[in-house]
Design a protein around this ligand. Structure first.
Ligand code: SAM
Ligand code: SF4
Length: 427
């Protein structure tokens, strides 16, 4: 999501007559797009700003964008006095106006309002990848997960009209994009604000029918809003990729209640069952937080048991990080840092062994990949499967680039995080 926000910001600047340079040292204006989901990410911004200012930043104008900007607001001007622009993502519709103020010499420009009704629907997006593109369908979040800063930094939910999403999908397909990712903090709660009134399942089905598109993905889903019609829509159309990312956070219903996730372990497993019972086979991935306040050894064990039960294809795991304004901050029984580290290591080791086993089962099979790049050092092409695995493969040298092409690849080897293979036939 942040990467796509940066694409929109760059596109807006280019449309205003700015040009982009390769190295920050060559720039007159340096913008940092920031994440504040965990404390580490936030610290990084200030360290980088400080180091860059010292070495190469003399005479430049600095701006801080994104969630740290929204969260810290004007305090950033005190903490980093060389910063002249502080703007959260909900204010990017006003970016042009803010740039005019900067050009006029104003050195305290802010865009911190969250009261925007509009999603950031800019016609000026500078896409980094010529084959794979992101489309934001919903901004903000109306949930109140006790650990999460997003509702405070990205504001309330705003869905784009289905008409504008479809127009963007058609426009991208016309430009030659074949692979689209629909984005939102919680895409499942998408509600078309126009009279058509599409829900997420309908939007998925319609986007997938866009002539020219071969793959459509989406992220992220909240289990509470992940309804069966979404699985049915995916089963109907193979252009909807064979991958479901369904963040569980914890395997303990007690911890889930404390997190205010509003589903139990059983509710979650019911959703996994829908996916497992579907006609096609889907990769399943998740997010896990360890060391949430009050998480006992028994709760933690329930998370480990869940990993054994679901056998995810991959997961992102995090140590709970206390965030400003959130409900969990005031909870008791915060877990010591060393204990969080211990639990994280156990989750990651368990998952690694599950992935080794799951990936090994794919050896000998043929999978379609979209070619994303080339690893010169290994002499291999880098492909991505519909189930979102990296499949690096060798192909008879013909001099032409395969990037953006779709090929069938036979899997010959596997590791915990990727597969290796050789081309079977051009699709
Ligand atoms: N909207 C998505 C959902 O509900 O699952 C998640 C968005 S969040 C950007 C991505 C992941 O970061 C979450 O699923 C969670 O695992 C993790 N995360 C969020 N806040 C966190 C915190 N305070 N400490 C540790 N991990 C956190
Ligand atoms: Fe954060 Fe929960 Fe919203 Fe996801 S659903 S962005 S975890 S508050």
């Amino acid at each position: 999501m942040n990467a796509h926000d940066s694409e929109k910001v760059v596109g807006t600047l280019l449309a205003q007559g700015y040009s982009q340079v390769q190295e920050p040292a060559d720039a007159g204006l340096v913008l940092y797009n920031t994440c504040s989901i965990r404390d580490k990410a936030e610290q990084k911004v200030f360290n980088r700003l400080q180091n860059f200012k010292r070495e190469a930043g003399k005479g430049k104008i600095f701006g801080v964008l994104g969630c740290v900007a929204q969260q810290e607001g004007e305090k950033i001007f005190e903490r980093a006095p060389h910063v002249s622009l502080v703007a959260g993502s909900a204010s990017y519709t006003r970016l042009g106006e803010m740039l005019v103020q900067l050009e006029a010499g104003n050195r305290r420009v802010t865009g911190l309002s969250l009261n925007t009704d509009e999603a950031f629907d800019t016609p000026f997006t500078r896409r980094d990848n010529p084959h794979r593109a992101y489309i934001t369908i919903i901004e903000g979040c109306d949930k109140s997960c006790a650990y999460c800063v997003v509702p405070f930094t990205r504001g309330p939910e705003r869905s784009r009209t289905s008409e504008s999403v479809m127009a963007e999908a058609r426009g991208l397909a016309d430009k030659g994009y074949t692979d689209i990712q629909l984005l939102g903090q919680n895409v499942n709660s998408y509600r078309d604000p126009s009279p058509a009134g599409w829900d997420f399942a309908r939007l998925l089905a319609e986007v997938a029918k866009t002539p020219g598109l071969r793959r459509v993905r989406y992220t992220t889903s909240h289990p509470r809003d992940f309804v069966k019609p979404i699985v049915d829509a995916m089963d109907e159309d193979e252009r909807l990729c064979a991958h479901v990312h369904l963040p569980v956070q914890s395997g303990s219903s007690k911890v889930l209640a404390a997190m205010d996730r509003r589903y139990t372990r059983e509710d979650y497993l019911q959703r996994i069952e829908w996916v497992r019972a579907a006609k096609r086979e889907y990769a399943l991935t998740t997010d896990i937080i360890v060391g949430f306040p009050g998480e006992t050894e028994k709760d933690f064990q329930e998370t480990l048991d869940l990993l054994d039960e679901v056998r995810y294809d991959s997961l992102f795991s995090f140590k709970y990080s206390p965030r400003p304004n959130t409900a969990a901050l005031k909870m008791e029984d915060h877990i010591p840092e060393e204990e969080k580290t211990r639990r994280l290591t156990i989750v990651q080791e368990k998952q690694r062994s599950i992935q080794i086993q799951r990936n090994a089962q794919l050896i000998g099979g043929v999978m379609e990949v979209m070619v994303e790049g080339r690893n010169q050092a290994l002499g291999q092409w880098i492909g991505r499967t519909s189930c979102n695995r990296t499949l690096n493969f060798s192909h008879p040298e013909g001099g032409e680039s395969l990037v953006g092409k779709y090929l069938n690849v036979r899997v010959t080897r596997s590791g915990p995080n990727s597969l290796v293979g050789e081309t079977a036939a051009v699709v």
